[in-house]
Design a binder for this molecule. Structure first.
Ligand code: PL4
Length: 451
């Protein structure tokens, strides 16, 4: 692996992605210019917010580097521990429900019941099922749950709803869609090359020193606080006491928390709530987004939901839920009816068991990866209540480590700096993979990276 073969160089540089990313981009830009010489200009001004984005969105860049490595090393048996994408089939009971739902669309009765444009907020049966299965014992009701095509899309639409000029806070590191979508919506005035942070966005560092729970006082003046638990990328799940602190501060300061629970099914620790609405008062200050992507292997099928509690109000007393309803009515045409049939099947007893087994399988993968790195002599975090293992390469640049791992083992990980400046010095390993690939990855890593 690596030695003696063609290499995709990724020497690390300043604020943006690694040099190889930029070299290829420059080549592409030249090619594009050459092709479009006739229409050299238009009257359309570029959105200045788009121009602020420092680099390409992280995950397509990782996918591109993987492809480039394979082109340069055609015999490489690449293993991806990079993008958190599910690999195992959708559980059979869920597939059966989806197939029956699709088949019904081929009948007159089935089509008149669920064909055509559906409700923008989702089928009420599914909204009710989600409220019952995931929010029982909390103040959340079926009309608070809005079904969608996934959390990432809801995050972007949410920022659109809140509008430009918001004070945003994020955990650092965090899922890059929070910051990138905030920048696109005009919530930053530009990138600061010295700090490697977008201006006007508050970064709350989460590292081993604070047990990956941030100093919340940094966000006291923020309007919208993104908080993800279990966290992507660190794998840290927040405890009840920590979430109580988060909610209490938001109630006190009048901020909203956008709580990303995309991985809550991976929580095993009873002291870590699976939904923010277990915390008293959360319904007055929290929006929670969740998804079937990682629970049931729906990353390609696309089905998620976001909760806007009735009690959530803007400073003028108007309803946030009502605005979200308006937003979805305007910008979304409802989740696919086939995906919603699959979602309903997820909520049956057999579907719930299928999801539980699937999550358990990925958690075993995470345990294998975590113990592998530990046995190799590294400090490792996460991986017990989350599908991500966060490996410390203290003092080293994470893009450099990413490149070295790829070149020596043909394994793709994700460089920690891609999730924010506080992620530098770490790499993230995703536990989404076949058992064969995870075991093989463990073998290769041990061979080349043991201390
Ligand atoms: C690559 C904290 C993965 N192209 O599938 P969704 O839209 O319901 O959920 C996306 C999502 C939402 N919230 C968190 C996530 O981590 C994710 C998925 N993140 C990753 O490797 O970090 C997939 C990334 C995908 C993307 O950009 O979302």
């Amino acid at each position: 692996m690596g030695g003696g073969r063609a290499r995709v160089s990724c020497a690390v540089t300043d604020g943006g992605w690694c040099a190889c990313v930029r070299r290829v981009s420059v080549r592409r830009t030249h090619a594009r210019r050459a092709r479009t010489v006739v229409n050299a200009s238009s009257n359309v001004r570029r959105n200045p917010n788009m121009a602020q984005l420092k680099a390409g969105y992280l995950f397509p860049e990782i996918a591109r580097i993987r492809t480039a490595h394979l082109e340069a090393n055609p015999d490489a048996k690449i293993i991806s521990l990079g993008i958190g994408d599910t690999t195992e089939p959708i559980p059979q009971a869920i597939v059966d429900g989806m197939v029956a739902g699709a088949a019904a669309l081929g009948t007159k009765a089935g089509y008149s019941a669920k064909g055509g444009y559906g409700a923008e907020a989702g089928q009420m049966e599914l909204r009710a099922g989600l409220a019952e299965k995931f929010y029982a014992g909390t103040p959340i009701e079926k009309t608070d749950v809005f079904v969608s095509d996934g959390s990432k899309c809801d995050i972007s639409r949410m920022l659109q709803m809140f509008g430009t000029g918001r004070k945003i806070a994020v955990q650092d590191p965090s899922y890059p869609a929070y910051v990138d979508s905030s920048v696109i919506m005009g919530n930053s005035t530009g990138f600061d090359d010295a700090t490697k942070q977008y201006q006007n966005i508050t970064y709350m560092p989460c590292n081993a020193d604070n047990d990956f729970f941030p100093d919340l006082s940094k966000a006291k003046n923020s309007e919208l606080i993104f908080f993800c638990s279990p966290n992507n990328p660190t794998g840290a799940a927040a405890t009840r006491a920590q979430l109580t602190q988060l909610v209490n501060q938001a109630l006190e300061t009048g901020s909203f928390i956008i709580y990303d629970a995309a991985y809550s099914a991976f929580i095993g620790n009873d002291d870590c709530p699976k939904t923010i609405y277990e915390i008293p008062g959360a319904e007055k200050c929290c929006i929670e987004t969740c998804s079937f992507s990682k629970y049931a292997g729906f990353t390609g099928l696309r089905l998620g939901w976001t909760v806007f509690p009735e009690a959530l109000k803007f400073s003028d007393g108007s309803s946030v839920r009502q605005d979200w309803n308006r937003m979805m009515g305007t910008s979304f045409n409802g989740a696919s009816n086939v995906a919603q049939a699959a979602g309903l099947a997820c909520l049956t007893d057999a579907g719930m068991k299928g999801m539980k087994d699937l999550v358990a399988f990925y958690k075993e993968n995470a345990a294998i990866l975590k113990s592998t790195w530990e046995e190799m002599g590294y400090k490792v975090y996460g991986g017990t209540d989350a599908p991500y293992v966060w490996v410390s390469f203290e003092g080293r640049d994470s893009w450099e480590v990413f490149t070295e791992i790829l070149q020596k083992t043909d394994i793709v990980v994700t460089p920690g700096a891609g999730f924010g400046p506080a992620g530098n010095g770490y790499v993230r390993c995703s536990a989404f993979g076949s058992r064969e690939n995870i075991n093989e990855a463990a073998r290769r890593l041990k061979e080349k990276f043991s201390k």
